[in-house]
Write a protein that binds this ligand. Structure first.
Ligand code: PLP
Length: 398
């Protein structure tokens, strides 16, 4: 028998044979795959035989979760990344080169805003920020050389709904791709590709996974035109080259999270609508931002683009500025201050101090991120318990 040290290295490394299949696919926690003969390397590289080589290039777990994301968004392709920012940055880089222009909504996730403003110019790409709901302004900005028109379905943190069909038409008439961050809406409430978007991006860290225990990104894309095909092949090589792939364990967790996306979104959205209505009528609340409210200027766009609910995210301005926000947040009991969103528990965040921290005072003012602004991620709790917690904390504001 071999030495115990040798057996420690080799024993138990064969996958057991089975005539039955596991109901849930295994976690392919391996960085590399083995070849049982030399020629198989060529056959796999040339695509003559199916096979995986190296997890930075491909992993079976990625294929499965990508198939799920593509199916949810109703498009042929998807890729998963190590974070939402990896999907956003590589997703944009794959569409541009020096001399090109990106036109983007000015109200955006903070990281996306910083990437466009500070990183793209270093690569010779110009970023122009517009009020995405002013279609004339968008049309004026999208002129020759624009390769990407970028926005969020529901913007962070003011919950403005983008007019996707109109934006797709503007982008396409200029030969640009419409890229939409669909994180807040989730594919349960909105499938941007069905309104003309070419590329749909998710921070899968949020609703797709839904349990605050995975950091991942996903990007789904159309395949109708040569532009789409060129984009897709460039993005695949960038992903393998820069290498921001997720852990196979995380990609397995993401697929598990996706299984309950439908029922989670239903409850998130019900609770958010109830909470928005409650806050709207509260004396210590200045303003509520939620497209599900009939008083919202985005209610009509919300009804057009969002189905079976308006999403689990809302925000509101509390009376008393920063001091009011501090009193409210500090008085919450069940609800925690968490600078992220979309988990099972209701959480609040303070955009001015977290997601939009890197913006200057003028930039914050321009996109409505005030010190009194509280963003809420409505969880899956029984609504009455959420209402009680908010009601008690709001009583401490004045
Ligand atoms: C969180 C978030 C991102 C960034 O995703 P990460 O997974 O944190 O990298 C991008 N867009 C939106 C709308 C987000 O909420």
């Amino acid at each position: 028998m071999e030495h115990v040290n040798t057996r420690a290295v080799h024993a138990g490394s064969k996958v057991p044979e089975s005539s039955t299949s596991p109901k849930v696919a295994p976690i392919y926690a391996t960085s590399v795959f083995s070849f049982d003969r030399l020629d198989l390397i060529d056959e796999v590289y040339l695509g003559e035989k199916p096979g995986y080589v190296y997890t930075r290039m491909r992993n079976p777990g990625y294929d499965m979760v990508e198939e799920a994301v593509a199916s949810l968004e109703g498009v042929p392709h998807a890729l998963v990344f190590s974070s939402g920012m990896a999907a956003i940055t590589l997703g944009i880089l794959a569409a541009v080169e020096a001399g090109d222009k990106v036109v983007s909504a000015n109200v955006l996730y903070g990281g996306t805003h910083t990437f466009l403003k500070d990183e793209l110019p270093r690569r010779g790409v110009q970023a122009v920020f517009v009020n995405i709901n002013d279609l004339d302004e968008v049309r004026g900005a999208v002129s020759g050389g624009t390769k990407v028109l970028y926005c969020e379905t529901i913007s962070n943190p003011l919950m403005e709904v983008a007019d996707l069909e109109a934006l797709a038409e503007i982008a396409h008439s200029a030969g640009a791709l419409l890229m939409v961050d669909n994180t807040f809406a989730s594919p349960v409430h909105c499938r941007p590709a069905s309104f003309g978007a070419d590329v749909v991006i998710h921070s899968a860290t949020k609703y797709l996974n839904g349990h605050s225990d995975v950091t991942m990104g996903a990007l789904a894309a159309e395949d109708r035109s040569d532009l789409h095909k060129e984009y897709w092949s460039r993005l695949q090589s960038l992903l393998s080259l820069y290498g921001p792939v997720p852990s196979p364990i995380d990609s397995w967790l993401l697929l598990r999270g996706i299984r309950t996306l439908g029922v989670r979104m239903e409850r998130h959205s019900q609770n958010a609508l109830e909470l928005a209505k409650f806050l709207e009528g509260h004396k210590n609340v200045e303003r509520v931002f939620y497209p599900g409210l009939e008083s919202s200027p985005y209610h009509n766009l919300g009804k057009k683009y969002l189905s079976s609910g308006f999403g689990g995210m809302l925000s509101f301005e509390v009376k008393g500025g920063l001091e009011g926000a501090r009193r409210f947040v500090d008085a919450l009991k069940m609800t925690e201050l968490v600078p992220s969103l979309a988990g099972v528990a209701t959480t609040v965040s303070h955009p001015a101090k977290t997601s939009h921290r890197s913006l200057t005072a003028q930039e914050k003012e321009a996109c409505g991120v005030r010190d009194s602004l509280i963003r809420v991620s409505c969880g899956l709790e029984h609504f009455e318990d959420i209402r009680l917690d908010f009601s008690r904390a709001l009583d401490q504001v004045k």
